[in-house]
Design a protein around this ligand. Structure first.
Ligand code: SF4
Length: 173
């Protein structure tokens, strides 16, 4: 016990600044920025997995950990699409999830944003041509923002959301 306490005191804080995003310009259209205007200070996100391998979700989950701490930028995870401002969709749209995606989109109040996260959501990625896939997200619901990568890193997701809301690296006040 004493040995563990001594080790903890000697080790100190081991977390540091998160890695910088790659210098790619996130593909955020100007009309998406206009839709995002009411959400500059607070954006509630609902994640929808339409058939991903789960790696994109892992990166989304990492946004809320103490390293990235997305809540300081006013980003929150909503428990229901009825409380969400934006849908973050991951994975290609599988046959079984097509109806669910359309229902979730319908249940989300306007104005809303749809963010296609990862190559699969944008163009089916690795799963292109599979019999179980009915197409990318934009084939079923309108997409405002595309964040590419397989999977995109948390810093890249944060950078795209900050760009969308015109709040580059500004913690919420
Ligand atoms: S983009 Fe890559 S990481 Fe994301 S769901 Fe598709 S295969 Fe998985």
């Amino acid at each position: 016990m004493f040995r563990i306490l001594k080790k903890s005191l000697k080790t100190g804080i081991v977390t540091g600044r998160h890695p910088e995003a790659r210098p790619t310009v996130p593909p955020v259209a100007s009309d998406a920025k206009a839709t995002a205007k009411p959400f500059r200070r607070s954006l509630a996100i609902r994640e929808v997995d339409t058939g991903s391998c789960n790696a994109c979700e892992m990166e989304m989950n990492a946004l809320m950990n103490p390293v990235y701490d997305a809540e300081r930028f006013g980003l929150h995870v909503a428990a229901s699409p009825r409380h969400a401002d934006a849908l973050v969709v991951t994975g290609p749209v599988t046959v079984n999830m097509e109806r669910a995606l359309k229902d979730v989109h319908k249940a989300t109040p306007d104005p809303k944003l749809v963010i296609a996260l990862g190559d699969c959501a944008i163009d089916c990625g690795l799963f292109k041509g599979s019999y179980a896939v009915t197409g990318p997200v934009e084939r079923h619901v309108p997409v405002d923002v595309r964040i590419s990568g397989c999977p995109p890193r948390p810093a890249e997701i944060l950078a795209a959301l900050a760009e969308l809301r015109g709040r580059l690296d500004k913690p919420a006040r």
